[in-house]
Structures are given as C-alpha cells and as structure tokens.
Design a protein around this ligand. Structure first.
Ligand code: PRP
Length: 179
C-alpha cells in the first residue's frame, strides 16, 4: 500500500504534534464546558479518534453520515444528510469534526442543519483544509493543515475506498488512478 504513494505530505509525527496543539486550543476555547462532538462519517473517524484523546474537556460523541456527491454544486446532487443525531442539540456546544474541507459544501450543509436545532454554539474542526477549492465562504474554526489542491489519501482519506488506514497523508502515484 505504501508503494502506491508518490510522496508523503504529512508524517505521523507532524500529525501527532498538530493534533496536540489543536487539543489545547479547543480545550482553551471551551473552558471546561461539555462538547457535543459530531464526527462526519466515514473519513473523519481516524482524526476524531486521535483528537478526542487530546482533549480534556468533557464531551459526548455523535456521528452523522452525509451523502457523497462528487464535486457538483447542483442542488440535485448537493450533500444530503443521511442519518440523524442521537443527541439533543438544543442548548449544546456542538463541535463538527471532518477529515477534509474541500468545496465547503458538506460543512455548510451540515452546519445549517445543526444551527436549525438551536445549539448554544457551533464550531468546526477539520484535519485538512484546501482553501483553493472552496465554493462558498465557509471557514473552519480550527484547521489542522492547509494543503494545496492535490489528491491525498491516508489518515482516514480514501481513494476508491482504500488507503484510509495509513497513519500518514500522501499523494498517490498517477499510475494508481490512471489504471
Ligand atoms: C469527503 C470528506 C468531507 C467532504 C468534503 O467526504 O470526508 O466530508 O468530502 O468535501 P466538500 O468540502 O467538497 O464538501 P466523502 O463524501 O468523500 O465521504 P467519506 O468521508 O466517506 O470519505
């Protein structure tokens, strides 16, 4: 699997150090208030698992499944929320966690949905952020790494469902996706 990579962008040490920093920043923000931490499936499970172990704030976990939709902004194919939260959102401090902020359409859609339920606050934390790809004005509250517009895999991110378990982030050799 490692042989399929062209280069490693973020190694395990880079990732570990940055998540420690994020944990401190997030804890500082919430000042001991309980977080309702909502992970967007599937890609964010790896990041969320490491992030929560770097948080001291009390927290509860929930998850959301959002439809995959390619890059279209067509309302017919815009991101759709396929599951509902098990938790009551009203009055809670909600933190949405995702693996990558690309066009921003997924986070925008999910944020609108959560805000419609009257949380006390809504913040967002993404592992990777590709600002060049944004199709709206969405900005994450916390971004792990800003990266250029390159297709990356690993640490939760997939190509055709594969490579999610790699503990680092890298780009694929063109021969893999030109097959
Ligand atoms: C990916 C990623 C984000 C979304 C970001 O999800 O996990 O949720 O795309 O893209 P956007 O900013 O352009 O909306 P994907 O649909 O590939 O599903 P996955 O999490 O199962 O990999």
């Amino acid at each position: 699997m490692k042989n399929d990579l062209q280069k490693i962008l973020l190694n395990e040490n880079d990732i570990r150090k940055r998540i420690q920093e994020l944990g401190l920043e997030i804890d500082r923000h919430y000042e001991g208030r309980e977080i309702l931490l909502v992970t967007l499936l599937d890609g964010a499970i790896v990041f969320a698992a490491d992030l929560i172990r770097n948080l001291s704030s009390p927290l509860r976990l929930d998850c959301l499944r959002v439809s995959s939709y390619g890059n279209s902004t067509d309302p017919e194919t815009a991101p759709r929320i396929l599951s509902s939260l098990k938790s009551e959102v009203e009055g809670k401090d909600v933190l949405l966690v995702d693996d990558i902020l690309d066009t921003g359409n997924t986070m925008q859609r999910v944020s609108e949905e959560v805000l419609s339920k009257n949380p006390a606050s809504l913040k967002t934390c993404v592992f990777l952020d590709k600002p060049d790809r944004r199709q709206n004005h969405f900005r994450a509250t916390w971004s792990g790494f800003f990266i250029p517009d390159e297709f990356v895999v690993g640490y939760g991110l997939d190509y055709a469902g594969q490579y999610r378990q790699l503990p680092y982030v890298g780009t694929l050799k063109p021969s893999i996706y030109e097959k």
